[in-house]
Design a protein around this ligand. Structure first.
Ligand SMILES: *Cc1c(COP(=O)(O)O)cnc(C)c1O
Length: 476
């Protein structure tokens, strides 16, 4: 070896001066581009140190291309157009907020607000007071409070009501929601002891009764949000559990999960009990998520008997699980919309998306497909009927009929096409199946259609690096 191979490598300073990195430098802070350049050079040095050939990898154009790829792959929150048709997509942030809720969060974020101040008296107020009335109106409960998410709601409720004692749950309801939420583990964290009764498919009232003893603190029903046990099954419904609770003077906790607050049965979406039904059936505490079917921000709602809600609010964990000002503002605005259920159905994005009639969606899809078809680089784009799922651990068996656009790009595989769409700004996420890229407009806002069309055109033309719809950084 005549020359030190490490000397073939350009310096970070030299790389940053290359005109090919100008677009990246306009988009990212200098330090971020410099870090990517340094990481790329380190990778090359490591390859050389390991005796690997770096032939062809060290010329500036190749190095720049890999730096740009590193920047694109770096974890960073970016807007995504959800073309999957999955309304509550956990990986895409679950429920998109109503404009009023989003604006309330924005205003709360950028200034001061009366978060814990009673403007009437000038004295200290309660943070929870901002959502209490709305939650009571929504659920019919006499008291309510809110924490960070439904997992936190479950932990704090079990701790406040049953720490050191037993909570009876049917074996058919020992769910795992995903992201590590398993009822037995949550029970362990709370300090309550899980007392399982019945079997996976059959649990009878007598099973609960046999297990009730001096150490029992509560009966709990967990909604099996993301699965169903079918066939030869029996479970004890909430009214019967409430009856048992009354007989033995035990509170009944209902983990209702997805927080459906308006009846979607007229739209062909049956199955979820309404949050008001739990209270009406006599449950002492009902828990549900803010960002599933309710269509609000991430939150865990606790509604029910005043004495129990007070006990929960006095638990030291309340301070750890409390909502921040932005979430609280967004939740309060969402709850205001529910005061007019017809308006909520029409305007709350999750509800509007779920209840869009198939005929309307099909018409929208036909119009959009024609524009996609007319684009260069697109071999075909046809509308076809399919089904979508609600997602987010809600309504697992309800397949919502939908109209998909199946796109076949020209001269590029559907997986490369999908990767280009994901790399764009805004990113677009669809589905890939049977050699086609599938686009479902159900989850695409009408205001996003022009952006989506241009994203599809750019991806079809193979120019993913040149998309400049992302706002440029203002130089300061
Ligand atoms: C989704 C769900 C949870 C967890 O709610 P998060 O708000 O995601 O923490 C708990 N219980 C049930 C029954 C659920 O469906």
């Amino acid at each position: 070896m005549s020359e030190n191979p490490f000397r073939q490598l350009p310096s970070v300073a030299k790389l940053l001066e290359l005109p090919a990195l100008a677009a990246a430098r306009a988009r990212h802070p200098h330090a971020v581009v410099a870090d990517a350049a340094r990481a790329e050079l380190e990778a090359l040095r490591a390859a050389l140190a390991a005796g690997e050939s770096v032939a062809g990898l060290t010329d500036p154009a190749a190095v720049v291309a890999r730096i740009v790829a590193r920047l694109a792959a770096a974890p960073r929150l970016r807007p995504v157009i959800n073309a999957t048709g999955v309304v509550l997509h956990t990986n895409l942030g679950r429920a998109p907020l109503h404009e009023d809720a989003a604006r309330a969060a924005y205003e709360a974020a950028r200034g001061y607000l009366n978060l814990e101040l009673d403007l009437g008296t000038g004295k200290r107020g309660s943070r929870q007071a901002n959502v209490r009335a709305g939650l009571c109106a929504l659920t019919g409960a006499e008291a309510a409070t809110a924490v960070n998410n439904c997992a936190a709601a479950t932990v704090i409720v079990l701790r406040a009501v049953a720490a050191g004692k037993e909570v009876i749950v049917s074996r058919g309801q020992l769910i795992e929601i995903g992201g590590g939420f398993r009822i037995p583990d949550i029970m362990g964290v709370s300090g309550a002891t899980l007392r399982e009764v019945g079997t996976t498919n059959i649990t009878r009232p007598g099973d609960y009764e046999q297990a009730i003893g001096p150490n029992t603190a509560a009966l709990m029903r967990v909604h099996t949000s993301n699965y169903r046990v079918r066939g030869f099954t029996k479970s004890v419904d909430l009214p019967h559990l409430v009856e048992l609770g009354k007989k033995h003077n035990l509170p009944v906790i209902d983990d209702a999960g997805s927080g459906q607050a308006v009846d979607l049965a007229p739209f062909g979406l049956p199955g979820e009990p309404l949050v008001s039904a739990g209270i009406a059936a006599g449950a002492d505490l009902v828990l549900f998520s803010g960002d599933k079917l309710l269509g609000g921000p991430q939150a865990g709602i606790i509604a029910g008997k005043a004495a129990l809600v007070r006990r929960v609010e006095q638990d030291p964990l309340m301070r750890a699980f409390r909502l921040d000002k932005m979430t609280l503002a967004a939740l309060a605005a969402t709850l205001r919309l529910y005061r007019d259920p017809a308006q909520a159905l029409r305007e709350i994005p999750t509800l509007r998306m779920l209840t869009t009639p198939l005929a309307e969606l099909r018409q929208r899809a036909e119009g959009f497909a024609a524009r996609v078809r007319a684009s260069p680089g697109i071999a075909s784009a046809v509308v076809r009927q399919d089904v979508a799922y609600v997602g987010g651990g809600s309504l697992p068996e309800v397949a919502v009929p939908t109209a998909l656009i199946a796109v076949i790009p020209e001269g590029v595989s559907e997986t490369v096409f999908a990767a280009r769409l994901r790399a764009g700004a805004p990113a677009v996420v669809g589905r890939v199946r049977d050699g086609k890229w599938l686009l479902d407009l159900r989850t695409v806002f009408e205001r996003q259609e022009e952006e989506l069309l241009s994203a599809v055109r750019v991806a079809a033309a193979g120019r993913e690096e040149e998309r400049t719809t992302e706002p440029q950084r203002t130089q300061s």
